[in-house]
Write a protein that binds this ligand. Structure first.
Ligand code: SF4
Ligand code: MG
Length: 326
């Protein structure tokens, strides 16, 4: 079956200067990412900040052009940015950002902002349509007259969702959609996303560093480290018994009495895309690294035995680890 979305070998490079006089360094923010997302399903994308999750999300939506690779939507390449077919396509895929206050215009009422995408795309933008959208996200029609600062954080994120739903999208890219919200509100917004997905068959690319949220939301999950996917599979496998040492360290940081093993504390510096280590980029911090790891980057491929995708020489069984992780 043709997936709704297929991104192949996406690469995004930036040029970065260190200090006023430093030579420009090439930074590969995203370095060969391949993703598939089926209609009506959720793919969770996890990893520390700066690992390329948001850049991947923006490339998927055509908000940023990849330097290499391509994005197929419903089996066809995305039309050239700015063209009429592109605008039509873009209406069917929407972004939901982390900070609802930043995403909303403080000078406009919620109703005016929900009506805006309808007007842009030449759709009926009457009160009845706006009120129906507000109801779908659990807001009251009279809240259309409110301004963003008159609503709570959760209500603002609901307003952002109402606006994103206006053009009847089949794909939502949600970039850290709950991390700016109070813990008590996070579950409500997650439940709302799941309800909307079930009612409307929307696919979600759910970008988050919150592994528990990702596990709850996703049908598949991909773990990123320094611009690459290092493990991908079913959430129950990847987020319960991860195969990649980086995924193991991330997962071990969440308290879970049912899981065996201790917390793995990573050594070394946090990842810096401007100074990518040779071979497996995780090797300076990896408790299982072997000499090969500094020389050769492991490919992301199905692991013998359980078939989950993992990019690690040791997890693939190609070499034995130097020492066992705690
Ligand atoms: Fe660690 Fe080597 Fe696996 Fe990279 S390839 S995660 S350094 S064991
Ligand atoms: Mg980000």
């Amino acid at each position: 079956m043709t997936p709704l979305l297929e991104a192949r070998d996406l690469v995004r490079r930036y040029s970065m200067r260190r200090g006023m006089l430093g030579r420009p360094v090439e930074v590969r923010a995203v370095d060969g990412v391949t993703l598939r997302l089926e209609a009506g399903k959720t793919l969770g994308l996890v990893g520390e900040s700066g690992c390329g999750k948001s850049t991947t999300g923006r490339m998927v939506l055509g908000l940023e052009a990849p330097d290499e690779g391509d994005v197929q939507f419903e089996g066809a390449p995305m039309p050239p940015p700015g063209s009429l077919p592109w605008r039509r396509q873009r209406a069917r895929m929407q972004m939901v950002y982390q900070d609802p206050l930043g995403a909303l215009d403080r000078r406009l009422t919620i109703g005016a902002q929900v009506a805006e995408p309808l007007q842009i795309h030449g759709l009926p933008a009457d009160d009845a349509r706006v009120h129906a959208l507000l109801r779908q996200v659990g807001l009251r029609p009279d809240q259309a007259e409110r301004y963003p600062h008159e609503l709570s954080g959760g209500q603002r994120q609901r307003s952002v969702l109402a606006r994103a739903l206006a053009t009847d999208p089949v794909l939502l890219v949600c970039d850290e959609p709950i991390s700016a919200l109070d813990v008590s509100i996070q579950a409500q917004v997650m439940n709302l996303l799941v309800d909307l997905q079930q009612q409307r068959g929307i696919a979600l690319l759910f970008i988050s560093h919150d592994l528990r949220a990702v596990r709850q939301m996703s049908h598949r999950v991909a773990v990123m480290y320094l611009g690459r996917i290092v493990e991908e599979g079913e959430p129950d496998a990847v987020l319960h018994e991860p195969a990649h040492p980086y995924a193991q360290a991330l997962v071990s940081a969440i308290p879970d009495p049912s899981r065996r093993g201790n917390r793995i504390v990573l050594q070394g510096d946090p990842p810096n895309p401007a100074a990518r280590p040779s071979g497996c980029a995780f090797h300076p911090r990896c408790p299982l690294a072997v000499p090969l790891c500094a020389q050769q980057a492991p490919a992301l491929k199905p692991r013998p035995g359980d078939g989950r995708m993992v990019a690690c020489h040791v997890a693939q069984g190609d070499v034995a680890p130097m020492r066992k992780a705690a």
